[in-house]
Write a protein that binds this ligand. Structure first.
Ligand SMILES: *Cc1c(COP(=O)(O)O)cnc(C)c1O
Length: 412
């Protein structure tokens, strides 16, 4: 479907094709499924740093239970689409100005990352004559799944060492402008193992219960973070969400003695699959025995594969049109390396991927580009034009589909 739409859009454009495309109906359906299958005591927040695009936030606001943010800028982006939706505010190094702004914008929960932050937030809330609800962010000592990125279980700038939490709890008792409502455990990104993820949630319960019992705390929330992964290397073998929710049901059953609300704040898993990055092949060449395909675009638009030194999944959309009076560069049955238009050897989107046929003028369609794609890229390095940002919604999809059906029936 996306391929047909790209073909049809390409017909309307003179310049080499370069666009991000977002499949909004697919996004709604996906998030609807996640919300629908989570146990009733769970809430799903979207961590907007994965992609804080205005249209995506607007699409997600009526579906998710709220947004997770890590700066005042992100709070303002959320409030630009919804004045009332719940916001969770985390992230290290919160400034006094951000805390004040967050209180003004009616943030629901602060995730406090250090003892200094705890004192500063209490001070700011006191000056404003109010109190704030907080979760203490824990950097667990052990039992963090073996995910791609680890924020806990290892030394990082995130949260408080598990061993220092008791002292922080005692400190909150004496502070009159913060109210401890529970604990926050976001610990990893891109975890692909549903079982390990469920075991992690269980471990969060056990740890929080220990503290709850010891200090007789009135805990309302257990935030177990995000980190559900996307398998970029084998797209047929994705995180098994249904297996995870089945295991989660059993873990929640085991902890029915406490009546806590479980918060998830997922980024990647929410928006990754509905975003595409489509780029036209500008050149094909051989160098030192390898075949390079140079595209209109690159890591300044999609930095993720370069950052993780891996190949990003793509398919080829064949484009028949060729306007020049000379031969069209073509390769057949060859492994290709896809390079961007930047003047750095690091600008690689995929390495030695076998293709059956590829020509200059064809379009490569990268999938799973909706999270940590455009949002984390260095857009203006080398000052090439930005990609188009195209939002496919039902009306546009229907229009384009009927158009490409007409085109297809004409050519048949
Ligand atoms: C980035 C982040 C998330 C989202 O992580 P994903 O791996 O995209 O699910 C959630 N919580 C915090 C605190 C984060 O920093």
């Amino acid at each position: 479907m996306i391929e047909k739409i790209v073909k049809s859009l390409k017909k309307e454009r003179e310049k080499p094709f370069c666009a991000y495309l977002y499949d909004l109906p697919a996004l709604r359906q996906h998030v609807g499924h996640l919300i629908h299958t989570l146990p009733s005591e769970c809430r799903l927040f979207y961590a907007i740093k994965a992609n804080s695009d205005h249209t995506l936030l607007k699409t997600l606001a009526p579906l998710v239970h709220g947004f997770e943010v890590a700066s005042l800028g992100e709070i303002e982006k959320v409030r630009a689409v919804d004045q009332n939706i719940p916001i969770l505010f985390g992230g290290p190094g919160k400034t006094a100005e951000e805390m004040e702004g967050a209180i003004n914008h009616g943030v629901s929960l602060f995730h406090v990352e250090s003892v200094h932050e705890l004192k500063l937030l209490n001070h700011i809330a006191g000056q404003k004559g109010t109190h704030t609800d907080i979760l203490l962010r824990v950097n667990l000592r052990h039992s963090v799944p073996n995910a791609k990125l680890k924020m806990a279980g290892v030394p990082t700038q995130f949260g408080m060492d598990e061993a220092d939490i008791p002292a922080a709890i005692e400190l909150t008792v004496g502070l009159s402008n913060v109210r401890l409502r529970g604990f926050h455990f976001h610990a990893m990104s891109n975890n692909l193992e549903s079982n390990a993820h469920a075991v992690f949630v269980d471990r969060c319960f056990e740890t929080a219960k220990r503290w709850g019992d010891e200090w007789n705390l009135e805990i309302s929330y257990l935030n177990v973070g995000g980190g559900f992964g996307i398998n970029y290397l084998d797209i047929e073998d994705q995180f098994n969400w249904d297996d995870f929710t089945n295991r989660l049901e059993k873990i929640l059953e085991k902890h029915r003695d406490v009546n806590w609300m479980i918060l998830f704040e997922s980024g990647r898993y929410i928006t990754s699959s509905s975003g595409y990055y489509a780029v036209e092949v500008l050149d094909i060449k051989q160098n030192h025995g390898q075949t390079f395909c140079v595209v209109r675009g690159g890591s300044h638009h999609l930095r993720l594969p370069a950052a993780w030194k891996q190949s990003h999944p793509f398919t080829i959309i064949p484009i028949e049109k060729w306007v020049y009076p000379f031969e069209r560069p073509t390769v057949n049955e060859t492994p290709i390396t896809v390079a961007g238009e930047l003047c750095t050897p690091n600008d690689i989107l995929a390495r030695t991927i076998p293709v059956s046929s590829l020509r200059v003028g064809d379009i490569l369609l990268f999938s799973y580009a909706g999270a940590y794609g455009w949002a984390i890229s260095h857009h203006d390095f080398l000052s090439h034009p930005h990609p188009e940002q195209l939002y496919l919604d039902l009306d546009l999809i229907e229009k384009l589909e009927s158009k490409c059906n007409k085109i297809l029936s004409k050519t048949n």
